[in-house]
Design a protein around this ligand. Structure first.
Ligand code: PMP
Length: 405
């Protein structure tokens, strides 16, 4: 069992008050809070180790370069990549998918090719593909979600045809919270020789990620959603796929040889890391992943299952509440509306009671359109949240409804 009271002591911000109430932070899918070890690692880096990497022979540059590369190794082990070179550091999930979509639009995708995306994708895993289609004249095809928010592999199977070149899904949608069958989809993609890209932005803080088991060619996530600093992201790419990929940005650090006439590029991953990267961010990600491993994903999952069940029970009992996405399995992330009340007003009143939730379209406008709503409230929990906080959340929600109704 997770000792949540002890774990909460690691997160200084969780002890703060908002509007003279203890903070109930239920906006973890937007960004996670940071444990003291991550904050300390950043202070330590800038106090003792700061230097640019890969370009110096002096002591500090060696130290910073070593730690940056050690972080790459740590990330590769955490997601069970075959080697550290399969990890490209970017600035975020958004940065990772843009890099990939841009490169593929200039190499792999051709006029008439089809890219399958789901109806539930975050704009970050939709708009870059639309932009890639503008350039390559490939086409997007949308896989609709089922009424309960799940993804039908059968329906997906029916959509894959001769022109399908790429398939991308989120492991967990940031609106529905449902875990998609990414391994089954991986087997389908592989059987049809379709490139497979997974957006793991919402699964990385909740579930073990094993790129080999998933069978993906590429996978993206952001550090800030898994306890690390913002401005650091990961693009995992299978080594042979990365070798075939042209760079998306040119600059220092990504070259072999440069003349006025011609430049040759470095091998992956440096080919994709032009310019000075987010060095402290990479270090913070390694510390964050170590922190997750030290607590243990098994205990995290067990605690989160309890939070999920308690949330689910409360939401189902709540009068006039509509939950978007009812299928299982899921992570503790719930989007909903309450009859006759605007989601934005609910968010504002909850904030007055110290409860932080997100409101709006959650960067998933096609899914909002599907449900015929302009937005929703989203409560998203992390392993450091408690059953008591859920009770405060529901009491606050009841008061908010009385006030606004
Ligand atoms: N994909 C999903 C499923 C997300 O939830 C998010 C963040 N809300 C992103 C992509 C984009 O992440 P970032 O803003 O860190 O690039």
């Amino acid at each position: 069992m997770l000792d949540v009271a002890r774990i909460r002591e690691d997160f200084p911000i969780l002890a703060s008050e908002v509007n003279e109430r203890p903070l109930v932070y239920f906006d973890n899918s937007a960004t996670s809070q940071k444990p003291q070890v991550v904050i300390d690692a950043l202070v330590e880096f800038y106090s003792r180790k700061n230097s640019n990497i890969h370009r110096g022979v002096h002591h500090l540059s060696e130290v910073a370069s070593g730690e940056y590369e050690a972080s790459r190794t740590k990330v590769s082990q955490y997601i069970n990549a075959s080697r550290p070179e399969e990890i490209v550091f970017t600035n975020s999930t958004t940065g990772s998918i843009n890099l990939l979509a841009d490169s593929l639009s200039r190499s792999y995708l051709r006029e008439g090719d089809e890219i399958i995306v789901t109806e539930a994708e975050h704009h970050s895993n939709l708009v870059p593909w639309q932009m890639a289609c503008e350039r390559s004249k490939a086409k997007i095809r949308m896989l609709p979600m089922e009424d309960d928010g799940s993804l039908s592999v059968e329906r997906l199977k029916g959509m894959i045809g001769e022109r399908t070149r790429l398939l991308t899904v989120s492991h967990v949608s940031n609106v529905l919270g449902i875990v998609n069958p990414v391994e089954e989809i991986g087997a389908l993609a592989s059987a049809n020789d379709v490139m497979y890209v997974v957006d793991a932005a919402q699964s990385i803080p909740h579930l073990p990620i094993d790129v080999n088991r998933i069978g993906c060619d590429f996978l993206a996530f952001s550090g800030h959603k898994v306890l690390a600093e913002s401005g650091i992201g990961v693009l995992y790419g299978r080594h042979d796929r990365l070798l075939d990929l042209p760079p998306s940005q040119g600059g220092g650090g990504m070259v072999n040889k440069v003349t006025m006439e011609r430049t040759t590029y470095a091998d992956p991953p440096l080919r994709f890391e032009a310019g000075t990267p987010n060095i402290s961010g990479a270090l913070s990600l390694a510390v964050a992943l170590d922190y997750m491993s030290d607590i243990g994903l098994r205990d995290i999952i067990e605690h989160e299952e309890m939070l999920t069940a308690h949330m689910r029970e409360g939401l189902e009992r709540f009068e006039g509440l509509q939950l978007y996405g009812t299928a299982d399995p899921r992570v503790p992330l719930f989007s909903f509306n309450i009859d006759g009340i605007h989601h934005y007003d609910l968010g504002l009143v909850l904030d007055k009671m110290g409860v932080a939730v997100r409101t709006g379209t959650h960067c998933a406008e096609p899914l909002m359109e599907r449900y015929g709503v302009k937005g929703s409230v989203r409560a998203s929990l992390a392993f450091y949240n408690t059953i008591e906080e859920i009770d405060v959340f529901f009491e606050s929600l009841e008061k908010a409804v009385v006030l606004l109704g």
